[in-house]
Design a binder for this molecule. Structure first.
Ligand code: SAM
Length: 330
């Protein structure tokens, strides 16, 4: 599925719910979000139909996200049904890990091959604060369960925030030294009504690299250059078991190689996280539209993909999407 700029769009991130059991400060507005009603959210059968059609057109990779995917009932059965779609090569999950202790083995057995767990702090109190009440022990138990279930490598997503993450960068590096985890520091994006202000909260990769280099030696991992690692820049920790990655959507745009589409929880296809152009598929799906119409709408979304976004780490303004990350699927 080529877009106007000759990028092969073969990756879909699906937000299966806009609901979440955490309230991360950078992800949701302080005053809360208006959650969609059950009827507004795509049914699992609708997502399966859409993915089947997109696979016929060249989609090979799906990531399930949200909101928190594991709060939606029937998730494991849905993942197993997705796995049956012929031609779909890779199904992955992004989760906050709170319920993983309960579901890791079943999810693995259902055919989800890769998992990213979001964890912004290794300190109980800081974790509680940034997640609006989360319990760090739940996530640590979830990570252990994912390891036991057989997920490898486990990727840990850590949003990097100046004044918050700085004094934990080394602790995360120590974790990656001891465990076969890939810790990925992600630049905080000033989207929606988040409480974080750019550039005051912007923590550059160079600074994190320097902090880690006080104790460890990092080597760019060649192995990853040819793998499906997306935009992450991955480093091995010399002598250690894991890796450190940096994902810099703000300071180093990777739009030229972006291969993604996003499906929002309420059934809109969105070709760029940071542009509010969306193509509605829910209506067509609920009218039991034919495959040609579905294919036409998917193509329309792909053709709406812009060359790039204009986020900039020195920009003081908030780039407001009309939705929160939880609705779009971060
Ligand atoms: N609930 C799941 C989780 O926590 O992983 C999946 C949804 S969450 C929106 C997906 C990812 O988006 C998380 O790793 C989160 O840290 C990241 N995220 C949310 N808002 C962000 C922002 N403003 N900048 C950077 N990353 C953000």
């Amino acid at each position: 599925m080529l877009d106007k700029y000759n990028r092969d769009i073969n990756y879909l991130r699906v937000s299966i719910t806009d609901r979440c059991n955490l309230r991360c400060a950078y992800c949701r507005p302080k005053e809360g979000v208006s959650l969609k009603g059950h009827e507004d959210i795509l049914r699992y059968e609708e997502i399966l139909r859409l993915v089947s059609q997109a696979v016929k057109m060249g989609l090979v990779k799906v990531r399930l996200t949200g909101g928190e995917p594991l709060v939606r009932r029937g998730f494991v059965q849905f993942a197993a049904a997705l796995k049956k779609i012929e031609g779909l090569q890779d199904i992955s999950l992004t989760t906050n890990g709170v319920y993983l202790d309960r579901y890791a083995q079943a999810i693995y057995d259902a055919g989800i091959s890769r998992i990213n767990i979001s964890l912004d702090s290794l300190d109980k109190d800081k974790y509680f604060d940034i997640t609006g009440g989360g319990n760090l022990d739940d996530v640590l138990r979830g990570i252990a369960a994912a390891e036991k279930a057989g997920f490898a490598p486990i990727k840990i997503n850590t949003v990097a925030i100046k004044g918050f993450t700085d004094d934990e960068v080394l602790d995360f590096a120590r974790l990656a030294y001891e465990k076969p985890f890939q810790i990925r520091f992600i630049e905080v994006m000033p989207v929606s009504e988040v409480n974080f202000r750019h550039p005051e909260t912007f923590l550059p990769m160079r600074r994190m690299f320097d902090i880690i280099s006080r104790e460890f030696s990092l080597e760019l991992s060649n192995e990853h250059k040819h793998r499906l690692d997306g935009p992450a820049r991955i480093f091995k920790i010399r002598g250690g078991r894991g890796e450190i990655g940096f994902i810099n959507p703000v300071s180093e745009h990777f739009c030229a190689t972006c291969n993604r589409l996003r499906l929002t929880a309420d059934g809109k296809l969105r070709a760029c996280l940071l542009k509010d152009v969306e193509i509605d598929l829910r209506d067509a799906l609920r009218r039991q539209c034919g495959d040609e119409e579905l294919a036409r709408l998917i193509r329309l979304a792909i053709l709406s993909k812009p060359a790039g976004h204009d986020l900039d780490c020195t920009d003081r303004s908030l780039k407001k999407c009309h939705r929160d990350m939880s609705g779009i699927g971060g």
